[in-house]
Design a protein around this ligand. Structure first.
Ligand SMILES: Cc1ncc(COP(=O)(O)O)c(C=O)c1O
Length: 383
Protein backbone atom coordinates (compact mmCIF):
# COMPACT_ATOMS: atom_id res chain seq x y z
CA UNK A 1 0.00 0.00 0.00
CA UNK A 2 1.17 3.53 -0.73
CA UNK A 3 1.95 6.00 2.06
CA UNK A 4 -1.31 7.91 1.33
CA UNK A 5 -3.20 4.62 1.42
CA UNK A 6 -1.63 3.74 4.76
CA UNK A 7 -3.38 6.75 6.32
CA UNK A 8 -6.79 5.16 5.63
CA UNK A 9 -6.29 1.94 7.60
CA UNK A 10 -6.30 1.20 11.30
CA UNK A 11 -3.12 0.34 13.20
CA UNK A 12 -4.24 -3.28 13.50
CA UNK A 13 -4.67 -3.56 9.73
CA UNK A 14 -1.36 -1.85 9.01
CA UNK A 15 0.48 -4.18 11.38
CA UNK A 16 -1.22 -7.36 10.09
CA UNK A 17 0.01 -6.59 6.59
CA UNK A 18 3.33 -5.00 7.66
CA UNK A 19 2.05 -1.95 5.75
CA UNK A 20 1.08 -4.15 2.79
CA UNK A 21 4.45 -3.72 1.13
CA UNK A 22 5.58 -6.24 -1.45
CA UNK A 23 9.11 -7.00 -2.59
CA UNK A 24 9.07 -5.62 -6.14
CA UNK A 25 11.74 -7.86 -7.75
CA UNK A 26 10.07 -11.09 -6.55
CA UNK A 27 6.49 -9.82 -5.95
CA UNK A 28 6.69 -11.59 -2.55
CA UNK A 29 4.24 -10.42 0.14
CA UNK A 30 6.79 -11.20 2.86
CA UNK A 31 9.77 -8.85 2.76
CA UNK A 32 13.08 -10.65 2.24
CA UNK A 33 15.98 -10.69 4.70
CA UNK A 34 18.73 -8.53 3.23
CA UNK A 35 22.01 -9.80 4.63
CA UNK A 36 24.54 -7.95 2.50
CA UNK A 37 26.94 -5.89 4.58
CA UNK A 38 27.99 -3.80 1.59
CA UNK A 39 26.40 -2.36 -1.55
CA UNK A 40 27.46 -1.52 -5.11
CA UNK A 41 28.54 2.06 -5.66
CA UNK A 42 27.27 3.64 -8.90
CA UNK A 43 29.89 4.22 -11.64
CA UNK A 44 29.61 7.97 -11.15
CA UNK A 45 30.50 7.48 -7.46
CA UNK A 46 27.01 7.94 -5.94
CA UNK A 47 25.00 5.46 -3.86
CA UNK A 48 21.57 6.02 -5.41
CA UNK A 49 20.15 2.92 -3.67
CA UNK A 50 20.48 4.79 -0.35
CA UNK A 51 22.60 1.88 0.91
CA UNK A 52 26.37 2.00 1.30
CA UNK A 53 27.25 -0.18 4.32
CA UNK A 54 25.38 -2.56 6.61
CA UNK A 55 25.88 -0.64 9.84
CA UNK A 56 23.82 2.41 8.89
CA UNK A 57 21.81 0.89 6.02
CA UNK A 58 19.57 -2.15 5.82
CA UNK A 59 16.23 -2.49 4.04
CA UNK A 60 14.98 -5.30 6.32
CA UNK A 61 15.60 -3.06 9.32
CA UNK A 62 13.76 -0.23 7.55
CA UNK A 63 10.64 -2.40 7.18
CA UNK A 64 10.47 -2.95 10.95
CA UNK A 65 11.02 0.79 11.49
CA UNK A 66 8.24 1.68 9.08
CA UNK A 67 5.71 -0.62 10.81
CA UNK A 68 6.60 0.55 14.34
CA UNK A 69 6.58 4.17 13.16
CA UNK A 70 3.10 3.75 11.65
CA UNK A 71 1.78 2.23 14.89
CA UNK A 72 3.18 5.09 16.98
CA UNK A 73 2.34 7.86 14.50
CA UNK A 74 6.03 8.84 14.37
CA UNK A 75 7.76 11.14 11.90
CA UNK A 76 11.00 9.16 12.25
CA UNK A 77 11.70 5.74 13.80
CA UNK A 78 14.97 3.95 14.59
CA UNK A 79 15.41 0.38 15.73
CA UNK A 80 18.40 -0.69 17.80
CA UNK A 81 20.10 -3.86 19.01
CA UNK A 82 18.29 -3.67 22.38
CA UNK A 83 15.90 -1.53 24.38
CA UNK A 84 18.84 -0.41 26.51
CA UNK A 85 20.87 0.77 23.53
CA UNK A 86 17.89 2.70 22.16
CA UNK A 87 17.39 4.54 25.46
CA UNK A 88 21.12 5.14 25.89
CA UNK A 89 21.34 6.55 22.35
CA UNK A 90 18.60 9.03 23.19
CA UNK A 91 20.26 10.11 26.43
CA UNK A 92 23.64 10.49 24.70
CA UNK A 93 22.01 12.55 21.96
CA UNK A 94 21.17 15.21 24.59
CA UNK A 95 24.89 15.91 24.91
CA UNK A 96 27.09 16.51 27.97
CA UNK A 97 25.70 18.85 30.61
CA UNK A 98 22.11 17.70 30.09
CA UNK A 99 19.79 17.03 33.00
CA UNK A 100 17.16 14.29 32.97
CA UNK A 101 14.24 13.91 35.38
CA UNK A 102 13.26 10.23 35.59
CA UNK A 103 10.87 8.06 37.64
CA UNK A 104 11.86 6.57 40.98
CA UNK A 105 10.25 3.29 39.88
CA UNK A 106 11.28 2.33 36.36
CA UNK A 107 13.03 -0.50 34.51
CA UNK A 108 15.88 -1.13 36.94
CA UNK A 109 18.63 -1.61 34.31
CA UNK A 110 18.01 1.83 32.90
CA UNK A 111 17.71 3.42 36.34
CA UNK A 112 21.10 1.93 37.23
CA UNK A 113 22.59 3.25 33.96
CA UNK A 114 21.24 6.74 34.64
CA UNK A 115 22.55 6.72 38.21
CA UNK A 116 25.95 5.14 37.65
CA UNK A 117 27.02 5.36 33.99
CA UNK A 118 25.38 8.53 32.71
CA UNK A 119 27.56 10.88 34.85
CA UNK A 120 30.64 9.65 32.93
CA UNK A 121 28.99 11.09 29.80
CA UNK A 122 28.24 14.41 31.51
CA UNK A 123 24.56 13.59 32.08
CA UNK A 124 22.81 14.15 35.37
CA UNK A 125 19.61 12.36 36.40
CA UNK A 126 17.24 13.20 39.24
CA UNK A 127 14.60 10.68 40.27
CA UNK A 128 11.08 11.69 41.29
CA UNK A 129 7.60 10.18 41.58
CA UNK A 130 6.54 11.02 38.03
CA UNK A 131 3.03 9.75 38.85
CA UNK A 132 2.67 12.89 41.01
CA UNK A 133 2.46 15.89 38.66
CA UNK A 134 3.12 18.40 41.45
CA UNK A 135 6.31 16.58 42.46
CA UNK A 136 7.29 16.33 38.79
CA UNK A 137 6.72 20.08 38.24
CA UNK A 138 8.82 20.94 41.27
CA UNK A 139 11.65 18.68 40.08
CA UNK A 140 11.55 19.98 36.50
CA UNK A 141 11.55 23.62 37.61
CA UNK A 142 14.18 23.16 40.34
CA UNK A 143 16.98 23.32 37.76
CA UNK A 144 17.29 23.59 34.03
CA UNK A 145 15.91 20.31 32.60
CA UNK A 146 16.50 18.88 29.14
CA UNK A 147 14.41 15.72 29.24
CA UNK A 148 11.62 14.21 31.31
CA UNK A 149 11.73 10.41 31.07
CA UNK A 150 8.53 8.52 31.84
CA UNK A 151 7.74 4.84 31.98
CA UNK A 152 4.05 4.00 32.10
CA UNK A 153 2.87 1.59 33.37
CA UNK A 154 6.18 1.27 35.17
CA UNK A 155 8.17 -1.73 36.31
CA UNK A 156 7.50 -3.48 38.65
CA UNK A 157 4.83 -1.59 40.62
CA UNK A 158 2.83 -0.53 37.54
CA UNK A 159 2.57 3.13 38.48
CA UNK A 160 0.83 5.25 35.86
CA UNK A 161 2.26 8.61 34.76
CA UNK A 162 0.05 11.16 33.03
CA UNK A 163 1.79 11.73 29.69
CA UNK A 164 -0.32 14.76 28.70
CA UNK A 165 0.15 16.43 32.08
CA UNK A 166 3.88 15.71 32.13
CA UNK A 167 4.30 17.02 28.57
CA UNK A 168 2.60 20.31 29.55
CA UNK A 169 4.96 20.72 32.51
CA UNK A 170 8.07 19.73 30.57
CA UNK A 171 7.34 21.84 27.50
CA UNK A 172 6.57 24.92 29.62
CA UNK A 173 10.05 24.50 31.12
CA UNK A 174 11.68 23.99 27.71
CA UNK A 175 12.26 20.27 28.27
CA UNK A 176 11.42 17.30 26.06
CA UNK A 177 9.40 14.25 27.10
CA UNK A 178 10.31 10.66 26.25
CA UNK A 179 8.16 7.71 27.28
CA UNK A 180 9.24 4.10 27.74
CA UNK A 181 6.01 2.63 26.37
CA UNK A 182 7.21 -0.98 26.36
CA UNK A 183 4.44 -2.26 28.62
CA UNK A 184 1.61 -0.07 27.31
CA UNK A 185 2.39 -0.93 23.66
CA UNK A 186 1.00 1.20 20.81
CA UNK A 187 -2.16 -0.93 20.99
CA UNK A 188 -3.19 0.78 24.24
CA UNK A 189 -1.23 4.07 24.35
CA UNK A 190 0.26 6.36 21.71
CA UNK A 191 2.55 8.70 23.65
CA UNK A 192 3.26 11.00 20.68
CA UNK A 193 -0.45 11.72 20.25
CA UNK A 194 -0.52 12.69 23.95
CA UNK A 195 2.26 15.26 23.55
CA UNK A 196 5.43 13.22 24.07
CA UNK A 197 8.39 13.98 21.84
CA UNK A 198 9.78 10.44 21.80
CA UNK A 199 8.31 6.99 22.45
CA UNK A 200 10.78 4.23 23.31
CA UNK A 201 10.27 0.46 23.29
CA UNK A 202 12.15 -2.56 24.41
CA UNK A 203 11.03 -4.37 21.28
CA UNK A 204 12.32 -7.54 22.96
CA UNK A 205 8.95 -7.56 24.74
CA UNK A 206 5.49 -7.11 23.18
CA UNK A 207 6.51 -5.70 19.79
CA UNK A 208 8.32 -8.92 18.91
CA UNK A 209 6.30 -10.96 21.38
CA UNK A 210 7.94 -14.39 21.05
CA UNK A 211 10.92 -14.10 23.44
CA UNK A 212 13.38 -14.74 20.62
CA UNK A 213 14.66 -11.24 19.72
CA UNK A 214 16.44 -8.54 21.73
CA UNK A 215 15.72 -5.16 20.12
CA UNK A 216 14.77 -1.56 20.85
CA UNK A 217 13.05 1.33 19.12
CA UNK A 218 12.90 5.11 19.31
CA UNK A 219 9.90 6.83 17.68
CA UNK A 220 10.24 10.58 17.19
CA UNK A 221 7.37 13.06 16.90
CA UNK A 222 9.50 15.15 14.52
CA UNK A 223 12.29 14.31 12.12
CA UNK A 224 14.47 16.88 13.80
CA UNK A 225 18.00 17.37 15.14
CA UNK A 226 17.35 15.01 18.06
CA UNK A 227 16.31 12.22 15.68
CA UNK A 228 19.34 12.86 13.45
CA UNK A 229 21.68 12.87 16.43
CA UNK A 230 20.24 9.55 17.69
CA UNK A 231 20.65 8.08 14.19
CA UNK A 232 24.27 9.27 14.10
CA UNK A 233 24.94 7.76 17.54
CA UNK A 234 23.42 4.45 16.43
CA UNK A 235 25.75 4.46 13.44
CA UNK A 236 28.95 5.59 15.16
CA UNK A 237 28.44 3.41 18.26
CA UNK A 238 27.26 0.46 16.17
CA UNK A 239 24.03 -0.01 18.19
CA UNK A 240 22.32 -1.82 15.33
CA UNK A 241 19.81 -4.63 14.97
CA UNK A 242 20.81 -7.57 12.78
CA UNK A 243 18.60 -8.12 9.69
CA UNK A 244 17.49 -11.59 10.91
CA UNK A 245 16.20 -10.04 14.14
CA UNK A 246 14.56 -7.22 12.20
CA UNK A 247 12.78 -9.81 10.06
CA UNK A 248 11.53 -11.66 13.16
CA UNK A 249 10.47 -8.37 14.72
CA UNK A 250 8.34 -7.49 11.69
CA UNK A 251 6.80 -10.96 11.77
CA UNK A 252 5.95 -10.51 15.44
CA UNK A 253 4.45 -7.07 14.82
CA UNK A 254 1.85 -8.59 12.48
CA UNK A 255 0.09 -10.23 15.45
CA UNK A 256 0.77 -7.50 18.04
CA UNK A 257 -2.86 -6.50 18.39
CA UNK A 258 -4.16 -10.06 18.95
CA UNK A 259 -1.39 -10.96 21.38
CA UNK A 260 -1.55 -7.80 23.44
CA UNK A 261 -5.33 -7.77 23.78
CA UNK A 262 -5.40 -11.45 24.83
CA UNK A 263 -2.57 -10.93 27.35
CA UNK A 264 -4.39 -7.88 28.78
CA UNK A 265 -7.68 -9.78 29.09
CA UNK A 266 -5.84 -12.59 30.89
CA UNK A 267 -4.07 -10.10 33.17
CA UNK A 268 -7.38 -8.42 34.07
CA UNK A 269 -9.06 -11.74 34.88
CA UNK A 270 -6.09 -12.90 36.96
CA UNK A 271 -5.91 -9.55 38.77
CA UNK A 272 -9.55 -9.93 39.86
CA UNK A 273 -9.13 -13.54 40.97
CA UNK A 274 -5.84 -12.86 42.76
CA UNK A 275 -7.46 -9.97 44.65
CA UNK A 276 -9.55 -12.59 46.48
CA UNK A 277 -6.74 -15.10 47.08
CA UNK A 278 -5.90 -15.71 50.74
CA UNK A 279 -2.14 -15.89 50.04
CA UNK A 280 -2.05 -12.51 48.27
CA UNK A 281 -1.87 -9.28 50.29
CA UNK A 282 -2.00 -6.89 47.29
CA UNK A 283 -2.49 -6.94 43.53
CA UNK A 284 -0.81 -4.17 41.55
CA UNK A 285 -2.58 -3.70 38.21
CA UNK A 286 -3.75 -0.39 36.68
CA UNK A 287 -6.96 -2.07 35.50
CA UNK A 288 -8.21 -2.48 39.08
CA UNK A 289 -10.43 0.38 40.21
CA UNK A 290 -8.53 0.83 43.51
CA UNK A 291 -5.14 1.18 41.76
CA UNK A 292 -3.86 4.74 42.38
CA UNK A 293 -3.24 5.23 38.64
CA UNK A 294 -6.56 3.77 37.47
CA UNK A 295 -8.25 7.04 36.51
CA UNK A 296 -5.26 8.27 34.49
CA UNK A 297 -4.89 4.83 32.92
CA UNK A 298 -8.56 4.83 31.87
CA UNK A 299 -7.99 8.14 30.09
CA UNK A 300 -4.63 7.33 28.59
CA UNK A 301 -4.86 3.63 27.77
CA UNK A 302 -7.40 2.91 25.06
CA UNK A 303 -9.04 -0.52 25.26
CA UNK A 304 -6.92 -2.26 27.89
CA UNK A 305 -4.48 -1.95 30.76
CA UNK A 306 -1.72 -4.22 29.53
CA UNK A 307 -0.55 -7.71 30.33
CA UNK A 308 1.70 -6.93 33.30
CA UNK A 309 0.74 -7.18 36.97
CA UNK A 310 2.46 -7.84 40.28
CA UNK A 311 1.29 -9.50 43.47
CA UNK A 312 2.55 -9.25 47.02
CA UNK A 313 2.60 -12.58 48.79
CA UNK A 314 1.66 -12.99 52.45
CA UNK A 315 4.64 -14.47 54.28
CA UNK A 316 7.29 -12.25 52.69
CA UNK A 317 10.16 -12.98 50.32
CA UNK A 318 10.51 -16.62 51.34
CA UNK A 319 6.85 -17.37 50.67
CA UNK A 320 6.99 -15.51 47.34
CA UNK A 321 10.08 -17.43 46.17
CA UNK A 322 8.51 -20.71 47.33
CA UNK A 323 5.29 -19.97 45.40
CA UNK A 324 7.29 -19.18 42.24
CA UNK A 325 9.14 -22.48 42.69
CA UNK A 326 5.85 -24.42 42.60
CA UNK A 327 4.50 -23.28 39.21
CA UNK A 328 4.71 -25.78 36.38
CA UNK A 329 2.91 -23.99 33.51
CA UNK A 330 4.11 -20.41 34.19
CA UNK A 331 7.77 -20.04 33.36
CA UNK A 332 10.10 -18.81 36.12
CA UNK A 333 12.08 -16.29 34.08
CA UNK A 334 12.88 -12.64 33.69
CA UNK A 335 11.61 -10.47 30.80
CA UNK A 336 8.01 -9.96 29.76
CA UNK A 337 5.64 -9.48 26.86
CA UNK A 338 5.96 -12.88 25.20
CA UNK A 339 3.17 -15.30 24.30
CA UNK A 340 4.14 -17.49 27.29
CA UNK A 341 3.37 -16.41 30.85
CA UNK A 342 6.35 -15.57 33.06
CA UNK A 343 6.69 -15.24 36.82
CA UNK A 344 9.59 -13.60 38.60
CA UNK A 345 10.65 -12.79 42.14
CA UNK A 346 11.64 -9.30 41.14
CA UNK A 347 13.69 -8.22 44.18
CA UNK A 348 16.11 -11.08 43.42
CA UNK A 349 17.12 -9.37 40.19
CA UNK A 350 16.89 -5.69 41.16
CA UNK A 351 19.65 -3.91 43.03
CA UNK A 352 19.67 -2.60 46.61
CA UNK A 353 18.18 0.80 45.61
CA UNK A 354 15.12 -0.81 44.08
CA UNK A 355 11.69 0.28 45.33
CA UNK A 356 10.53 -3.32 44.74
CA UNK A 357 9.17 -4.94 47.93
CA UNK A 358 10.79 -8.31 48.79
CA UNK A 359 7.43 -10.13 48.78
CA UNK A 360 6.61 -9.12 45.18
CA UNK A 361 6.14 -11.52 42.27
CA UNK A 362 5.96 -9.95 38.81
CA UNK A 363 3.61 -11.67 36.38
CA UNK A 364 3.73 -11.30 32.61
CA UNK A 365 0.43 -12.75 31.41
CA UNK A 366 0.77 -14.59 28.12
CA UNK A 367 -1.90 -15.69 25.71
CA UNK A 368 -2.57 -19.18 27.13
CA UNK A 369 -6.00 -20.31 28.34
CA UNK A 370 -6.62 -18.19 31.44
CA UNK A 371 -8.19 -21.15 33.27
CA UNK A 372 -4.92 -23.09 32.89
CA UNK A 373 -2.93 -20.08 34.10
CA UNK A 374 -5.21 -19.70 37.10
CA UNK A 375 -5.10 -23.39 38.03
CA UNK A 376 -1.29 -23.40 38.00
CA UNK A 377 -0.89 -20.12 39.87
CA UNK A 378 -3.65 -20.83 42.38
CA UNK A 379 -2.08 -24.20 43.21
CA UNK A 380 1.39 -22.63 43.54
CA UNK A 381 0.13 -19.92 45.86
CA UNK A 382 -2.01 -22.38 47.82
CA UNK A 383 1.06 -24.39 48.80
C1 LIG B 1 10.23 -1.40 30.47
C2 LIG B 1 11.57 -1.81 29.93
N1 LIG B 1 12.33 -0.90 29.31
C3 LIG B 1 13.55 -1.22 28.81
C4 LIG B 1 14.06 -2.49 28.93
C5 LIG B 1 15.41 -2.82 28.36
O1 LIG B 1 15.22 -3.49 27.14
P1 LIG B 1 16.23 -4.59 26.54
O2 LIG B 1 16.25 -5.73 27.50
O3 LIG B 1 15.59 -4.92 25.23
O4 LIG B 1 17.55 -3.95 26.40
C6 LIG B 1 13.30 -3.48 29.56
C7 LIG B 1 13.84 -4.85 29.69
O5 LIG B 1 13.41 -5.63 30.52
C8 LIG B 1 12.03 -3.13 30.08
O6 LIG B 1 11.26 -4.03 30.71
Amino acid sequence: MSDEDAGRWSARTLAAQALGRIDEPSRAIVPPVHLSSTFIRDPDNFYRSGNSYGRPDNDTVRVAEAVIGALEGAASTLVFGSGMSSAVALFLSLGPGARVVAPRAMYYGLRVWLATEAPAFGLHADFVETEDLLALKEAVEARSTNLVWLETPSNPLWGVSDIEGAARIAHAAGALVAVDSTCATPVFTRPLALGADVAMHSASKYLNGHSDVVAGALCFARNDALASRSRAIRKTHGLILHPFEAFLLTRGLRTLDLRVRTAAANAMELAHRLSNHAAVSAVLYPGLSHHPGHEVARRQMQGGFGGMLSIRVRGGAEAAIAAAARVTLWKRATSLGGVESLIEHRASIEGPDSPCPPDLLRLSAGIEDVEDLWRDLGRALGG
